[in-house]
Design a protein around this ligand. Structure first.
Ligand code: PEP
Ligand code: MN
Length: 337
Protein backbone atom coordinates (compact mmCIF):
# COMPACT_ATOMS: atom_id res chain seq x y z
CA UNK A 1 0.00 0.00 0.00
CA UNK A 2 1.22 3.49 -0.82
CA UNK A 3 -0.08 6.75 0.65
CA UNK A 4 0.43 9.75 -1.58
CA UNK A 5 0.23 12.98 0.40
CA UNK A 6 -1.11 16.25 -1.03
CA UNK A 7 1.63 18.59 -2.14
CA UNK A 8 0.23 21.05 0.42
CA UNK A 9 0.34 18.49 3.27
CA UNK A 10 1.95 19.87 6.41
CA UNK A 11 4.66 18.14 8.43
CA UNK A 12 2.16 17.54 11.22
CA UNK A 13 -0.36 15.90 8.85
CA UNK A 14 2.38 13.59 7.50
CA UNK A 15 3.45 12.73 11.05
CA UNK A 16 -0.15 11.88 12.05
CA UNK A 17 -0.47 9.46 9.12
CA UNK A 18 2.89 7.88 10.00
CA UNK A 19 1.85 7.50 13.64
CA UNK A 20 -1.36 5.75 12.64
CA UNK A 21 0.59 3.35 10.40
CA UNK A 22 3.01 2.58 13.20
CA UNK A 23 0.09 2.02 15.62
CA UNK A 24 -1.29 -0.50 13.12
CA UNK A 25 2.05 -2.32 13.10
CA UNK A 26 3.40 -1.20 9.71
CA UNK A 27 6.88 -0.07 8.69
CA UNK A 28 7.17 3.07 6.58
CA UNK A 29 9.51 3.93 3.76
CA UNK A 30 9.22 7.63 3.18
CA UNK A 31 10.11 9.18 -0.15
CA UNK A 32 10.11 12.95 -0.45
CA UNK A 33 10.03 14.02 -4.07
CA UNK A 34 10.27 17.54 -5.43
CA UNK A 35 6.65 18.34 -4.66
CA UNK A 36 5.09 15.63 -2.51
CA UNK A 37 5.75 12.96 0.07
CA UNK A 38 4.92 9.35 -0.68
CA UNK A 39 4.69 6.83 2.16
CA UNK A 40 5.43 3.22 1.26
CA UNK A 41 3.65 0.97 3.75
CA UNK A 42 5.42 -2.30 4.46
CA UNK A 43 3.77 -5.21 6.21
CA UNK A 44 0.63 -7.26 5.76
CA UNK A 45 -1.43 -4.46 4.24
CA UNK A 46 -4.16 -6.86 3.05
CA UNK A 47 -5.76 -6.36 6.44
CA UNK A 48 -5.64 -2.55 6.29
CA UNK A 49 -8.70 -0.55 5.31
CA UNK A 50 -7.57 2.16 2.87
CA UNK A 51 -10.49 4.38 3.96
CA UNK A 52 -8.91 4.76 7.43
CA UNK A 53 -6.17 6.77 5.73
CA UNK A 54 -8.08 8.33 2.84
CA UNK A 55 -10.12 10.40 5.29
CA UNK A 56 -7.07 11.89 7.00
CA UNK A 57 -6.11 15.49 6.34
CA UNK A 58 -3.33 15.95 3.82
CA UNK A 59 -3.81 12.55 2.16
CA UNK A 60 -4.17 12.74 -1.62
CA UNK A 61 -4.75 9.05 -2.35
CA UNK A 62 -4.12 5.56 -1.03
CA UNK A 63 -3.06 2.98 -3.58
CA UNK A 64 -2.88 -0.77 -3.30
CA UNK A 65 0.38 -1.96 -4.84
CA UNK A 66 -0.25 -4.97 -6.99
CA UNK A 67 3.39 -5.65 -7.94
CA UNK A 68 5.31 -7.90 -5.53
CA UNK A 69 8.25 -5.46 -5.64
CA UNK A 70 6.62 -2.75 -3.58
CA UNK A 71 9.59 -0.54 -2.79
CA UNK A 72 11.33 -0.96 -6.14
CA UNK A 73 8.14 -0.33 -8.14
CA UNK A 74 6.97 2.86 -9.79
CA UNK A 75 3.88 3.15 -7.55
CA UNK A 76 6.14 3.88 -4.60
CA UNK A 77 8.60 5.99 -6.54
CA UNK A 78 6.95 7.79 -9.44
CA UNK A 79 10.05 10.00 -9.70
CA UNK A 80 13.40 8.51 -10.72
CA UNK A 81 15.65 7.80 -7.74
CA UNK A 82 19.10 9.30 -7.82
CA UNK A 83 21.91 7.21 -6.32
CA UNK A 84 24.82 9.43 -5.34
CA UNK A 85 28.40 8.20 -5.28
CA UNK A 86 30.65 11.05 -4.15
CA UNK A 87 29.79 13.79 -6.69
CA UNK A 88 28.54 11.31 -9.31
CA UNK A 89 24.79 10.78 -9.74
CA UNK A 90 23.16 7.68 -11.19
CA UNK A 91 19.66 8.25 -12.55
CA UNK A 92 20.02 11.94 -13.41
CA UNK A 93 20.54 13.49 -16.83
CA UNK A 94 24.21 12.46 -17.03
CA UNK A 95 25.24 8.97 -18.10
CA UNK A 96 27.85 7.50 -15.77
CA UNK A 97 30.79 5.59 -17.21
CA UNK A 98 32.37 2.84 -15.09
CA UNK A 99 35.32 1.03 -16.59
CA UNK A 100 38.43 -0.94 -15.74
CA UNK A 101 39.83 -4.43 -15.91
CA UNK A 102 37.85 -7.55 -15.11
CA UNK A 103 40.32 -8.37 -12.31
CA UNK A 104 42.67 -6.29 -10.23
CA UNK A 105 45.97 -7.97 -11.09
CA UNK A 106 48.56 -5.84 -9.30
CA UNK A 107 49.06 -2.40 -7.75
CA UNK A 108 50.73 -1.12 -10.93
CA UNK A 109 48.15 -2.60 -13.29
CA UNK A 110 45.11 -0.98 -11.64
CA UNK A 111 46.90 2.33 -11.09
CA UNK A 112 47.99 2.47 -14.71
CA UNK A 113 44.49 1.65 -15.99
CA UNK A 114 42.95 4.28 -13.70
CA UNK A 115 45.36 6.84 -15.10
CA UNK A 116 44.41 5.96 -18.67
CA UNK A 117 40.65 5.96 -18.08
CA UNK A 118 40.22 8.95 -15.81
CA UNK A 119 40.81 11.55 -18.59
CA UNK A 120 38.20 9.69 -20.71
CA UNK A 121 35.09 10.93 -18.87
CA UNK A 122 35.21 7.83 -16.68
CA UNK A 123 34.31 8.69 -13.10
CA UNK A 124 34.26 5.18 -11.67
CA UNK A 125 37.03 2.59 -11.80
CA UNK A 126 36.00 -1.07 -11.75
CA UNK A 127 38.07 -4.12 -10.86
CA UNK A 128 37.30 -7.47 -9.26
CA UNK A 129 39.12 -8.66 -6.14
CA UNK A 130 36.83 -11.58 -5.32
CA UNK A 131 36.29 -13.34 -8.63
CA UNK A 132 33.50 -15.81 -9.39
CA UNK A 133 35.27 -18.17 -11.79
CA UNK A 134 33.77 -21.24 -13.44
CA UNK A 135 36.97 -23.19 -12.76
CA UNK A 136 38.60 -23.47 -9.34
CA UNK A 137 41.96 -23.53 -11.16
CA UNK A 138 41.46 -20.05 -12.69
CA UNK A 139 42.74 -16.86 -11.05
CA UNK A 140 40.50 -16.22 -8.04
CA UNK A 141 41.38 -12.56 -7.39
CA UNK A 142 43.70 -10.78 -4.97
CA UNK A 143 41.08 -10.43 -2.23
CA UNK A 144 41.47 -7.60 0.28
CA UNK A 145 44.94 -6.75 -1.04
CA UNK A 146 43.36 -6.08 -4.43
CA UNK A 147 40.77 -3.80 -2.86
CA UNK A 148 43.58 -1.75 -1.31
CA UNK A 149 45.21 -1.32 -4.73
CA UNK A 150 41.86 -0.36 -6.25
CA UNK A 151 41.29 2.28 -3.56
CA UNK A 152 44.79 3.66 -4.04
CA UNK A 153 44.27 3.84 -7.80
CA UNK A 154 40.90 5.55 -7.38
CA UNK A 155 42.32 8.11 -4.96
CA UNK A 156 45.32 8.80 -7.19
CA UNK A 157 43.13 9.52 -10.21
CA UNK A 158 40.14 11.08 -8.45
CA UNK A 159 37.79 8.24 -9.32
CA UNK A 160 35.20 6.41 -7.24
CA UNK A 161 35.61 2.61 -7.24
CA UNK A 162 33.34 -0.42 -7.61
CA UNK A 163 34.11 -4.05 -6.81
CA UNK A 164 32.22 -7.29 -6.36
CA UNK A 165 31.50 -9.24 -3.19
CA UNK A 166 30.59 -12.92 -3.41
CA UNK A 167 30.00 -13.74 0.21
CA UNK A 168 28.84 -12.08 3.41
CA UNK A 169 32.41 -12.31 4.68
CA UNK A 170 33.58 -10.03 1.83
CA UNK A 171 31.30 -7.16 2.88
CA UNK A 172 33.44 -5.85 5.74
CA UNK A 173 36.62 -5.44 3.65
CA UNK A 174 34.57 -4.00 0.78
CA UNK A 175 33.08 -1.37 3.09
CA UNK A 176 36.60 -0.25 3.99
CA UNK A 177 37.76 0.32 0.43
CA UNK A 178 35.00 0.66 -2.17
CA UNK A 179 32.37 3.27 -3.03
CA UNK A 180 29.94 0.87 -4.72
CA UNK A 181 29.51 -2.81 -3.85
CA UNK A 182 28.74 -5.03 -6.83
CA UNK A 183 26.61 -8.16 -6.60
CA UNK A 184 27.43 -10.35 -9.58
CA UNK A 185 25.06 -12.30 -11.78
CA UNK A 186 25.85 -15.54 -9.96
CA UNK A 187 24.80 -14.06 -6.64
CA UNK A 188 21.68 -12.16 -7.65
CA UNK A 189 19.60 -14.60 -5.64
CA UNK A 190 22.03 -15.11 -2.78
CA UNK A 191 19.37 -13.98 -0.35
CA UNK A 192 21.60 -14.10 2.73
CA UNK A 193 24.02 -11.74 0.96
CA UNK A 194 21.21 -9.43 -0.22
CA UNK A 195 19.76 -9.22 3.29
CA UNK A 196 23.14 -8.25 4.70
CA UNK A 197 23.59 -5.60 1.99
CA UNK A 198 20.22 -4.17 3.01
CA UNK A 199 21.89 -3.12 6.25
CA UNK A 200 24.86 -1.28 4.77
CA UNK A 201 25.06 2.39 3.90
CA UNK A 202 26.74 2.06 0.49
CA UNK A 203 25.30 1.93 -3.03
CA UNK A 204 24.83 -1.57 -4.42
CA UNK A 205 25.27 -2.40 -8.11
CA UNK A 206 22.97 -5.38 -8.55
CA UNK A 207 23.54 -7.41 -11.69
CA UNK A 208 20.83 -9.43 -13.35
CA UNK A 209 21.28 -13.17 -12.90
CA UNK A 210 22.08 -14.96 -16.13
CA UNK A 211 18.74 -16.76 -16.09
CA UNK A 212 16.73 -14.27 -14.09
CA UNK A 213 13.54 -12.60 -15.22
CA UNK A 214 13.16 -8.87 -14.71
CA UNK A 215 10.68 -9.57 -11.93
CA UNK A 216 13.27 -11.74 -10.17
CA UNK A 217 15.83 -8.95 -10.54
CA UNK A 218 13.39 -6.47 -9.02
CA UNK A 219 12.60 -8.88 -6.18
CA UNK A 220 16.34 -9.21 -5.49
CA UNK A 221 16.50 -5.40 -5.32
CA UNK A 222 13.50 -5.51 -2.99
CA UNK A 223 15.53 -7.59 -0.51
CA UNK A 224 18.11 -4.79 -0.29
CA UNK A 225 15.54 -1.99 -0.21
CA UNK A 226 13.40 -3.64 2.44
CA UNK A 227 16.47 -4.03 4.63
CA UNK A 228 16.74 -0.24 4.65
CA UNK A 229 19.36 0.40 1.96
CA UNK A 230 17.72 2.46 -0.78
CA UNK A 231 20.85 2.98 -2.85
CA UNK A 232 20.40 0.28 -5.48
CA UNK A 233 21.54 0.46 -9.12
CA UNK A 234 20.32 -2.31 -11.44
CA UNK A 235 22.55 -3.73 -14.16
CA UNK A 236 21.59 -5.62 -17.32
CA UNK A 237 24.54 -7.86 -18.20
CA UNK A 238 23.10 -10.34 -20.68
CA UNK A 239 21.23 -13.58 -20.14
CA UNK A 240 21.70 -17.20 -21.17
CA UNK A 241 19.74 -18.13 -24.25
CA UNK A 242 19.96 -20.80 -26.96
CA UNK A 243 22.22 -18.48 -28.98
CA UNK A 244 25.83 -19.54 -28.72
CA UNK A 245 27.55 -17.05 -30.98
CA UNK A 246 27.81 -14.70 -28.02
CA UNK A 247 28.70 -15.54 -24.41
CA UNK A 248 25.35 -14.07 -23.28
CA UNK A 249 22.45 -12.42 -25.07
CA UNK A 250 22.46 -8.73 -24.21
CA UNK A 251 18.84 -7.92 -23.43
CA UNK A 252 18.60 -4.29 -24.54
CA UNK A 253 14.82 -4.33 -24.08
CA UNK A 254 15.38 -4.89 -20.35
CA UNK A 255 16.56 -1.27 -20.08
CA UNK A 256 13.39 0.58 -21.15
CA UNK A 257 11.21 -2.06 -19.47
CA UNK A 258 13.02 -1.66 -16.15
CA UNK A 259 12.82 2.11 -16.47
CA UNK A 260 9.02 1.70 -16.72
CA UNK A 261 8.70 -0.74 -13.84
CA UNK A 262 11.10 0.84 -11.36
CA UNK A 263 12.39 4.21 -10.20
CA UNK A 264 15.88 2.76 -9.61
CA UNK A 265 18.77 3.69 -11.94
CA UNK A 266 19.52 1.11 -14.64
CA UNK A 267 22.96 0.58 -16.14
CA UNK A 268 24.24 -1.89 -18.73
CA UNK A 269 27.33 -4.09 -19.01
CA UNK A 270 27.97 -4.82 -22.70
CA UNK A 271 31.26 -6.61 -21.89
CA UNK A 272 29.66 -9.57 -20.11
CA UNK A 273 26.53 -8.94 -22.19
CA UNK A 274 28.29 -10.11 -25.35
CA UNK A 275 31.60 -11.65 -24.27
CA UNK A 276 33.11 -10.47 -27.56
CA UNK A 277 35.36 -7.40 -27.78
CA UNK A 278 34.07 -6.37 -31.22
CA UNK A 279 30.46 -6.39 -30.05
CA UNK A 280 30.97 -4.29 -26.94
CA UNK A 281 30.85 -0.87 -28.64
CA UNK A 282 27.65 -1.43 -30.66
CA UNK A 283 25.85 -2.80 -27.59
CA UNK A 284 27.14 0.09 -25.45
CA UNK A 285 25.77 2.58 -27.98
CA UNK A 286 22.47 0.69 -28.11
CA UNK A 287 22.21 0.66 -24.30
CA UNK A 288 22.64 4.43 -24.13
CA UNK A 289 20.10 4.91 -26.91
CA UNK A 290 17.68 2.67 -24.98
CA UNK A 291 17.89 4.83 -21.87
CA UNK A 292 20.65 3.34 -19.71
CA UNK A 293 21.80 5.60 -16.87
CA UNK A 294 25.34 4.28 -17.07
CA UNK A 295 27.67 1.66 -18.48
CA UNK A 296 30.07 -0.86 -16.94
CA UNK A 297 32.83 -1.75 -19.40
CA UNK A 298 35.96 -3.87 -19.18
CA UNK A 299 39.08 -2.11 -20.48
CA UNK A 300 42.79 -2.90 -20.12
CA UNK A 301 46.04 -1.55 -21.62
CA UNK A 302 46.80 -5.09 -22.81
CA UNK A 303 43.73 -7.38 -22.90
CA UNK A 304 45.88 -10.19 -24.36
CA UNK A 305 47.60 -10.65 -21.00
CA UNK A 306 44.54 -9.96 -18.80
CA UNK A 307 44.09 -12.55 -16.01
CA UNK A 308 40.37 -12.87 -16.84
CA UNK A 309 37.84 -11.95 -19.56
CA UNK A 310 40.49 -10.68 -22.00
CA UNK A 311 38.38 -11.65 -25.02
CA UNK A 312 35.67 -9.17 -24.07
CA UNK A 313 38.01 -6.45 -22.80
CA UNK A 314 38.52 -3.29 -24.84
CA UNK A 315 41.92 -1.82 -25.62
CA UNK A 316 42.16 1.70 -24.21
CA UNK A 317 42.18 3.18 -27.73
CA UNK A 318 38.92 1.34 -28.52
CA UNK A 319 37.42 2.60 -25.30
CA UNK A 320 38.48 6.15 -26.08
CA UNK A 321 36.80 6.00 -29.49
CA UNK A 322 33.66 4.51 -27.92
CA UNK A 323 33.40 7.32 -25.37
CA UNK A 324 33.38 9.88 -28.18
CA UNK A 325 30.62 7.94 -29.97
CA UNK A 326 28.64 7.62 -26.74
CA UNK A 327 28.69 11.40 -26.30
CA UNK A 328 26.92 11.74 -29.65
CA UNK A 329 24.35 9.04 -28.87
CA UNK A 330 23.74 10.55 -25.43
CA UNK A 331 23.03 13.97 -26.84
CA UNK A 332 20.66 12.45 -29.42
CA UNK A 333 18.54 11.12 -26.53
CA UNK A 334 18.72 14.28 -24.47
CA UNK A 335 21.46 13.14 -22.11
CA UNK A 336 25.15 13.90 -21.67
CA UNK A 337 28.31 12.15 -20.50
C1 PEP B 1 32.30 -8.92 -13.48
O1 PEP B 1 31.75 -7.79 -13.51
O2 PEP B 1 33.54 -9.08 -13.62
C2 PEP B 1 31.46 -10.12 -13.38
C3 PEP B 1 31.94 -11.27 -12.92
O3 PEP B 1 30.22 -9.92 -13.88
P1 PEP B 1 28.92 -10.90 -13.94
O4 PEP B 1 28.55 -11.14 -12.53
O5 PEP B 1 27.94 -10.06 -14.69
O6 PEP B 1 29.33 -12.13 -14.69
MN1 MN C 1 34.68 -9.95 -16.11
Amino acid sequence: MVIVMENTATKEQIELVCQKLIDHGFDIHRSTGSNRTVLGVVGDTQQADTRDYEVMDGVHEVLRVTEPYKLAGRTFGPENSIVKVKDVEFGGSKIVLMAGPCSIESRDQIKKIGGLLSPLSTRILRGGAYKPRSSPYSFQGLGEEGLKYLREAGDTHNMAVVSEVMDRADILPALKYVDIIQVGARNMQNFALLKELGKVNKPILLKRGMSATLQELLMAAEYILSGGNHQVILCERGIRTFENYTRNTMDISAIPILKTLTHLPVVADPSHGTGIRKQVAPMARAAVAAGADGLLIEAHYDPEIAFSDGAQTLYIEQYEKLVEELKIVASAVGRSI
